[in-house]
Design a protein around this ligand. Structure first.
Ligand code: PHE
Length: 600
């Protein structure tokens, strides 16, 4: 028998649950590293614009659809349209997206639990001891010349990087693609299958053969024309670094070179630890399963006593831990440098494709495009106050992403790490920094990873809820049974994901076929296609098809100005921006190239 629909305890309850869904690994793991790889500054500004112009309106639209239908996505569109229509496909797409995201999400979330425990047992103690010992030996045995040279080499690489990047930026991206293709082709020795392998061709001859193509030849020529300038930039960097190091006190040189040596050593060990976990399918699966069991327990306990209660406890704790970490970061001398990196626009560092990445990430981070907020909205009675709630959710999500940068980058900079390290930023660079801080750092590390797992679990419950609510609303299954069945299915796919990053065990031919591993493929399908497409359709539905009377009822007590603005954004701005992104993805045009031409 169908039970009466459950509801949140209060408006506050809805807001914490929905912001729990929004705030997740996307904010703390992914946002800082894509900010880092895109050079900060401009990327952050563009991200904020994407949230305001596209994310926020769609988020409000989802809540609107959920509240006025009081049903989960597949059923919601039937209720609103009064019959079955094609719109229900939108609900199905959402279920698929939630399922797919959940299955890799639990693996990463499991890693954060693993790292929490690692820090609790002070896993880096032997590494720290070894590093200390070896760096002292290095300092004692290496000649002053060696120390000086090592330091110069490092410093000049740091100095050269921005100069090299700005010279390289002068050529359009297509030239670089051609040039890289050319290099790959030169290296490829022409060998085919195991039998009938043709005689390898002499590299010089291969080169000449390839250069017959005029486009390729032009690209190679223009890259080679940059060479003198690149050499000069590197030489300048080298002489500047040499001058700076030679001006230093010899004791300072010794100290800095030793620190550098120790960072490298610990960094290698940390990278090794992470790779070990990546390749150890059993351990990854163990944590993913444990994480899923916790998530299922919360979802099975119901909307109010499960999801809302968990978020009411975890979200404030999460925010407190983050503020504590940011306060710690603010005591580091590198805090100013980090703030400048995050907030100061540097046009050189931004690649136009960063704009597309920003929009895609805005979807993922707000958790829109798959109906999670339709589902959560359906557990709230209409109150006529749509925009205030949406603004709170988007504001918390964005605020926490920025706080994450303010907590991580000062630590990253203080210990000489590269902000553009990519996905390893959280699992390699941060543990390195914690190890360098010493035993106090271990406490910080435990807090940091614990906070990450909290953020992950409040998001995972919403992903699971999107799927289970279908069985509950449509098939009238009990909550417990739905949770168990879906949870088990997600866990099975999650285990495949956990084993897919290891060597050869499963899917070893997958990456050769698709150019990425199983994990990345799932992430790619969901974040790049399903979410933007879902968001586009939701915007079109809410803007053009949702009966006006229902739309009006949801915003009754908001300001007419906000309503007008929202309607304009949801009807015109959001759909066109998402369409541009999708067109670029289909390959209708190349954003990097187009914007390059505009700028030059
Ligand atoms: N918003 C979550 C995050 O940032 C992920 C998520 C996506 C949650 C889609 C729900 C729906 O990690």
């Amino acid at each position: 028998m169908a039970e009466p629909r459950s509801h949140w305890g209060s408006r506050f309850g809805f807001i914490v649950a929905a912001s729990g869904s929004a705030v997740g690994l996307g904010n703390i793991w992914k946002f800082p590293y894509i900010t880092g790889t895109n050079g900060g500054g401009w990327f952050v500004l563009i991200y904020l614009a994407c949230i305001l112009l596209v994310g926020l309106p769609i988020l409000a639209a989802e809540i609107m659809i959920g509240r006025s239908s009081q049903k989960q996505p597949v059923v919601a569109f039937e209720v609103l349209q009064g019959r079955r229509t094609g719109w229900s496909v939108l609900g199905w797409m959402g279920i698929v997206a939630a399922f797919v995201i959940a299955s890799f999400y639990i693996v990463v979330a499991g890693w954060t639990m693993d790292y929490t425990v690692k820090h609790l047992v002070d896993f880096s103690k032997p590494v720290r001891a070894e590093a200390l010992e070896r760096s002292l030996t290095y300092q004692a045995n290496a000649s002053f010349e060696t120390l000086r040279d090592d330091l110069i080499e490092e410093r000049s690489a740091d100095l050269a990087a921005p100069m090299v990047a700005s010279i390289e930026n002068r050529l359009p991206p297509s030239t670089w693609t051609r040039f890289n293709d050319f290099n790959r082709a030169v290296e490829f020795d022409g060998g085919g299958g195991r039998s009938g392998r043709p005689e390898p061709v002499e590299p010089g001859i291969r080169r000449a053969n390839l250069l017959i193509d005029p486009a390729l030849a032009a690209a190679v020529a223009s890259v080679e024309a940059l060479q003198p300038e690149l050499d000069e930039a590197r030489a300048t960097a080298l002489s500047e670094a040499t001058a700076a190091v030679d001006a230093m006190d010899p004791d300072e040189v010794r100290l800095e070179a030793t620190t550098l040596y120790r960072h490298r050593l610990i960094g290698d060990r940390m990278a090794g630890t992470f790779t070990e976990l990546l390749e150890d399918g059993w351990t990854s699966t163990f944590w993913a399963v444990l994480f899923m069991i916790l998530t299922m327990a919360i979802v099975a306990s119901g909307v109010g006593r499960g999801i809302e209660l968990a978020c009411r406890i975890l979200m404030p704790v999460l925010i407190m831990m983050m503020v504590g970490m940011v306060l710690y970061a603010a005591t580091l001398p590198s805090f100013g440098e980090a703030l400048a990196f995050v907030f100061k626009p540097d046009a050189n560092a931004l690649k136009p494709s960063g704009v597309l990445e920003a929009l895609g990430h805005a979807f993922f981070s707000l958790g829109i495009g798959l109906g999670a907020l339709i589902t959560y909205g359906s557990y709230q009675k209409s109150k006529g106050t749509l925009f205030g709630e949406s603004a709170w959710i988007a504001g918390l999500d964005t605020g926490i992403a920025l706080l994450a940068c303010m907590m991580m980058f000062p630590i990253i900079f203080a210990f000489g790490q590269d902000p553009g390290a990519g996905p390893g930023l959280v699992f390699i660079s941060m543990p390195l920094a914690f190890a360098e801080i010493g035993s106090g750092g271990i406490v910080l590390g435990a807090v940091f990873f614990c906070l990450l797992s909290f953020a992950a679990i409040t998001s995972a419950i919403s992903l699971l809820e999107v799927c289970t609510s279908y069985l509950i609303d449509r098939w009238e299954w009990s909550r417990l049974r739905s949770t168990l069945v879906i949870g088990l299915m997600i866990t099975l796919v999650g285990a495949l994901v956990a084993f897919s990053s290891g060597d050869g065990f499963l899917f070893s031919s997958w990456s050769s076929g698709f150019g990425m591993n199983f994990f990345d493929t799932l992430d790619f399908i969901a974040s790049n296609w399903l979410l933007p497409l879902g968001g586009l359709l939701i915007a079109v539905y809410a803007g053009w098809f949702l009966p006006k009377r229902l739309r009006d009822a949801e915003v009754a007590s908001g300001s007419p100005l906000a309503y007008g603005l929202w309607l304009f954004l949801i009807r015109f701005v959001a759909p066109s921006l998402v369409l541009v992104v999708l067109a670029q993805k289909i390959g209708l045009f190349d954003a990097n190239e187009a914007l390059y031409t505009l700028w030059h």
